[in-house]
Design a protein around this ligand. Structure first.
Ligand SMILES: Nc1ncnc2c1ncn2[C@@H]1O[C@H](COP(=O)(O)OP(=O)(O)OP(=O)(O)O)[C@@H](O)[C@H]1O
Ligand SMILES: [Mg+2]
Length: 403
């Protein structure tokens, strides 16, 4: 009787486990199993019956079996007790005995292995013990390969839908941008052409004083147009135009507060106060000009929000995640959810002709260019706080979990 010494069997199983775990596809596992069974059990022949993706059953791998066995029609539920005997009969006397083992792993049935024996290769308990080990290892490898394939498929599907979403988002932003630009251009060109007509008529009638007045108004419209263009330029400005250096955020906050102060006067300064709670956080790598503009935008927005009933704008700073943050908070009316959702979109404004809707889009773009984050906390009736975080100059800084 052929006996597999225990030590050799263990070595074999270890080698086989390595071999099948390297197989990246399920299809590579079964031929390896067939060869190992044939050589080491040893068997006279074998057939691996596999369940296909559509549930059909077929002999996918075989060794030393006669042709008729391949032509045996197998029912969808063929994998059962009868399978081995059916194939033994189909082999038409080539083999004397068979042993059938299911390929099961992780609750999934992948198929079965029918091992054939004859007088030269008789079935032995040690041989079958080894066969059981090999079949189990192959089933585990099949299970892993299937799980990996499923993961790859869902990963590919996820990546595709993310790409689609990003493209849709970009197109939407582009459409919005185009709509905003054309709206602003119309607001400039329409009054300009009306003034021009008026000037022509006034000059025809010799009314130079009226023509001059119209010229002054035209200039104001043009100034507004240029301002809009400048804001657009700020919004799309690329970082290479500015210099990154180690900066003190507290200094930038104070500068921004000074620049924004005239806005309070322009709204009558009705009970609006600016308070500073600055804590001298470590310096960060930033483009001072861009950060000051971003802070001015936030402070002006906060002042606008308080214009109706007054209140306090609070400017804070601090240290976190190896970087530093500044926040601009107000105790104004806050934002309803459908405003909050859109505030960072270019040209989104609730201020009508008074606003371009580029302020927060610019803030967002600026923070992105710095590798930082911007977070918004707002609640209707409970004020609004924007927090900008910037990475520090050292390696240790890590973006906080927000965009
Ligand atoms: N502190 C705030 N409180 C309440 N709503 C705010 C606040 N900041 C921004 N918003 C809302 O977000 C919108 C978009 O702000 P953003 O700064 O982008 O544009 P804008 O202020 O309307 O126009 P612009 O900045 O060109 O003057 C505002 O119209 C307003 O509805
Ligand atoms: Mg604004």
């Amino acid at each position: 009787m052929w006996v597999v010494p225990a030590r050799r069997a263990i070595d074999l199983l270890i080698r086989f486990a390595r071999l099948v775990s390297d197989a990246s596809e399920g299809a590579e596992v079964l031929p390896l199993l067939a060869d190992a069974l044939l050589e080491h059990v040893p068997a006279a022949g074998l057939a691996v019956v596999e369940i296909g993706v559509t549930g059909e059953v077929h002999v996918s791998v075989s060794r030393n079996v006669p042709e008729p066995l391949h032509r045996t029609a197998l029912e969808a539920d063929a994998i059962g007790e009868e399978l081995g005997e059916t194939l033994l009969r189909a082999a038409d006397g080539t083999f004397s005995e068979q042993q059938t083992r299911p390929l099961v792993a992780g609750g999934n049935l992948f198929g079965a292995v029918v091992i054939f024996f004859d007088a030269e290769h008789p079935v032995t308990p040690d041989g079958m013990q080894l066969a059981d080990g090999l079949v189990d290892l192959a089933a585990i490898a099949l299970g892993n390969a299937t799980a990996v394939a499923k993961l790859e498929t869902s990963h590919a599907a996820l990546a595709a839908s993310q790409e689609m979403l990003a493209r849709t988002e970009k197109l939407r932003a582009l459409g919005q941008m185009a709509a905003g630009v054309s709206h602003d251009l119309k607001n400039i060109l329409n009054p300009l052409s009306l003034h021009l007509q008026f000037i022509e008529r006034s000059l025809d009638k010799g009314k130079t004083k009226d023509a001059k007045e119209s010229c002054i108004e035209m200039r104001q419209v043009l100034v507004r147009g240029v301002q809009t263009l400048e804001r657009l330029r700020d919004y799309s400005r690329q970082s290479k135009e500015s210099k990154t250096e180690l900066v003190d955020l507290d200094r930038l906050v104070r500068e921004a507060a000074e620049i924004a102060r005239p806005r309070m006067a322009s709204i009558g300064g009705r009970g609006v106060r600016i308070e500073q709670e600055l804590t001298a956080p470590p310096h960060v790598m930033a483009m001072s000009g861009e950060v000051v503009s971003a802070l001015v935008n936030l402070i002006v927005n906060a002042i606008d929000a308080l214009a109706g009933g007054g209140g306090t704008v609070t400017l804070r700073s601090g240290e976190s995640h190896g970087g530093a943050w500044v926040s601009v908070g107000d105790d104004g009316p806050g934002m309803p959810r459908d405003v909050e959702k859109h505030v960072f979109e270019p040209f989104f404004t609730t201020k009508g002709a008074e606003g371009t809707g580029l302020g927060l889009a610019m803030v967002y773009a600026c923070v992105q260019r710095h590798g930082g984050t911007v977070t918004l906390a707002t609640e209707p009736g409970a004020g609004t706080t924007f927090t900008l975080w910037f990475p520090g100059g050292s390696e240790g800084s890590q973006r906080p979990q927000s965009s």
